[in-house]
Design a protein. Structure first.
Ligand SMILES: Cc1ncc(COP(=O)(O)O)c(C=O)c1O
Length: 415
């Protein structure tokens, strides 16, 4: 066994830590390929959430012990997330109910900052959560342009270069598509935004669960992600570079802290869930294969990415060998790609495909996954969108083979 495969068997052994993986349906163990919609959660995260309610359940900023503990929970979560994404520090990390709500709060604030005729660039590939908040600014005379996608669900970079100009104030782009697994060339886009002196906002909701992140080396201005996609509870995360958030006129209460990172956090945070976010990042960091050092989330993510890629390639190649199956998105050999594979099956509605997979205890999503513009542009909306299977660190080769056998049987019935 070489180092890599022994690392992989260590990953598989950690399945025991996920109680939901022990569930069965129709006498078959559930195989969770629905990760892009939200991953399963390990025991340590579940305990962290319930421990908070058992011991430190109080509002923040009080003069008493349980309130001090709540403050510590929030501070720790900011610190952990900062380490996870390579941010300057906890002051750059804000929390919210989910990514969508945070992005709306941010777009409303940035809208107050902009003038009529200023431009924002979004893409056809993005989730609605990174389109609607910016499209809403059209109401106040902001021009919102859209970067086209090509047939293989990658961005048309020529179109991007043509549409970015001296009036562009912000480019809002996903790091990876939750529809096609496409990973966008953020370095290249950053270069273009520097030339235009525009801000760069990156939706990393689909990237963060699969690859190491380093916001500082990329020079990203704003980055959003969501902990329920990486083994944590439902919490939205916003990174703002340096002092940027302090310069943006966010809406907040007179009674609230008026500086970063709090100035975009309206109302009481979900403290129990934040305790779970710290536990989720500790869980991820514990996959760091270096035995002699403190666990580092970035190194752990590299190991997880390698494991997920082997399974995703097996799915991709297996699906391509089935008659009637068409996979969407860039080829695995064309560069970095998320382990999320969407496909259509000739003559079969994606909803029916997922219902038939469910009969075999295989969980997968159908439809547009809120990446509706991409699915529409690819001409797939009317026919019910796509079937999507996503690999998470708890999936196994055996589950992949079950999936491929099931799709083969479904294809034989429909095609
Ligand atoms: C790529 C991407 N962006 C944004 C979102 C929205 O995240 P949230 O559910 O935290 O609002 C999702 C959720 O599926 C997503 O996959």
């Amino acid at each position: 066994m070489n180092n890599q495969t022994s690392g992989f068997s260590t990953i598989v052994a950690r399945r025991d830590e996920f109680p939901s993986l022990k569930r069965a349906y129709r006498d078959l163990p559930l195989a969770y390929f629905d990760g892009p919609g939200g991953t399963q959660v390990p025991d340590s995260v579940i305990s962290a959430v319930s421990d908070y309610y058992r011991s430190s359940n109080a509002n923040a900023h009080g003069a008493f012990i349980t309130s001090h503990e709540t403050d510590a929970v929030v501070d720790r979560a900011r610190q952990k997330v900062a380490e996870f994404i390579g941010a300057e520090g906890p002051q750059n990390i804000s929390f919210g109910a989910n990514m969508t709500s945070l992005n709306f709060s941010l777009s409303r604030a940035i809208g107050r900052w902009l003038d009529e005729g200023d431009e924002i660039l979004i893409t056809q590939l993005d989730h609605e959560a990174n389109r609607a908040p910016w499209l809403a600014l059209r109401e106040q005379g902001i021009i919102v342009r859209e970067v086209r996608i090509l047939e293989n669900a990658t961005l048309d970079y020529n179109d991007l270069e043509n549409k970015i100009n001296e009036n562009t104030r912000l480019v809002a782009v996903g790091y990876s598509s939750n529809v096609s697994g496409t990973v966008n060339e953020i370095k290249r886009i950053r270069g273009l935004t520097y030339e235009a002196e525009a801000l760069l906002l990156v939706d990393a909701v689909h990237f963060a669960p699969h690859f190491p992140l380093d916001v500082r080396s990329l020079g990203i201005d704003f980055l959003l992600c969501s902990a329920y996609k990486f083994y944590g509870p439902h919490v939205g995360i916003l990174y703002s570079k340096g002092e940027l958030l302090n310069r943006i006129p966010t809406y907040f209460l007179r009674t609230q802290e008026a500086h970063a990172p709090c100035r975009i956090e309206t109302g009481t945070l979900n403290f129990a869930a934040l305790n779970g976010v710290s536990a989720a990042i500790d869980f991820i960091a514990s996959f760091d294969p270096a035995p002699d050092s403190s666990h580092r989330p970035q190194r752990a993510m590299q190991q997880i990415a390698r494991y997920e890629e082997t399974l995703a390639r097996r799915i991709y190649e297996g699906l391509q060998a089935i008659r009637g199956v068409n996979t969407i998105g860039p080829d695995f050999n064309a560069g970095l790609r998320a382990p999320t594979i969407s496909f259509t099956l000739e003559n079969a509605d994606p909803r029916i495909v997922c219902e038939e997979l469910n009969q075999k205890a295989i969980l997968a999503w159908n439809g547009h996954f809120y990446g509706i513009r991409a699915v529409e542009t690819l001409g797939l909306l009317e026919r019910g969108g796509l079937t999507r299977v996503g690999v998470s660190l708890y999936n196994t080769e055996e589950e992949v083979d079950r999936l491929l056998t099931a799709v083969k049987e479904i294809a034989a019935r429909h095609c």
